[in-house]
Design a protein around this ligand. Sequence first.
Ligand code: ATR
Length: 280
Amino acid sequence: MAEATKKAFVTGHPIKHSRSPRIHGHWLAEHGIDGSYEAIDVAPEAFADFLAGLRANGYAGGNVTIPHKEAAFAGVASRDHAANEIGAVNTLWFEGGTLWGGNTDAHGFAANLDDYAPGWAGNGPAVVLGAGGASRAVIHALKQRGVRDIRIVNRTLARAVELRDRFGAGVSAHGPAATAELLRDAGLLVNTTALGMQGNEGLPADPALLPGHAVVNDIVYVPLETPLLAAARAHGLKTVDGLGMLLNQAVLGFERWFGVRPKVSAELRALIVADLVPKP
Ligand code: ATR
């Protein structure tokens, strides 16, 4: 008997703008795998039932995005180390009959910097702008990669303090007034705030305050070149856009569901970049 088609999904609310089906669809075709990856809109009140029905509905697993990452964290039977550290689950899979939840955002973040700014982890103190869910994944990755001085800056200081307490040694919390002083000797600046996103134009910090060897990364990827990255580039600094984090976080889920570790190729990136440009 032929093996059944392997099914995976991304769920969120809303979900129609997700790029994940294109990414996984590209890899399924590239590897000639008999599989599917669909976007499923699930309202928050229906999420627990959705999780409970995954196995009966024949899914090998899937991705979870806003606003379900915390509910997925609470709803799985087992979690990997990254999910526990970050407090959110973005990837689901089964081991035996057990539903596992993992978090691949930190891997995506670090792999993106490895691709475009090799050696980044040894570049000096890191300034992280923002203290939401994305910031937690970034801080976990920085700690994993041995960055010893991590400076969280957030509009709402209390949220930065919460993360400092969560992640402990080597992590400090600051309000925006401290930014200039914190940037002066930083080797890495990461924006995880919504500032700079399409429709929310603005500069979350002035990259001209950084030393010349600093790397600037925005995890926002629409637009691909955010005002922060444009200003950093104009100042002669090395910049890394956020698309590579999205592409790299997808790798580990695909491997779990379909059994092949896919590559983040120039062709895949071009395919998704073309999709970011609004069609006339
Ligand atoms: P995510 O899960 O994507 O990180 P989030 O939890 O909503 O999203 O966090 C958004 C982050 O962007 C927060 O750090 C938020 O600052 P506050 O904690 O003060 O709300 C930050 N943010 C959003 N809009 C901002 C703005 N206009 N200026 C500065 N920071 C902003």
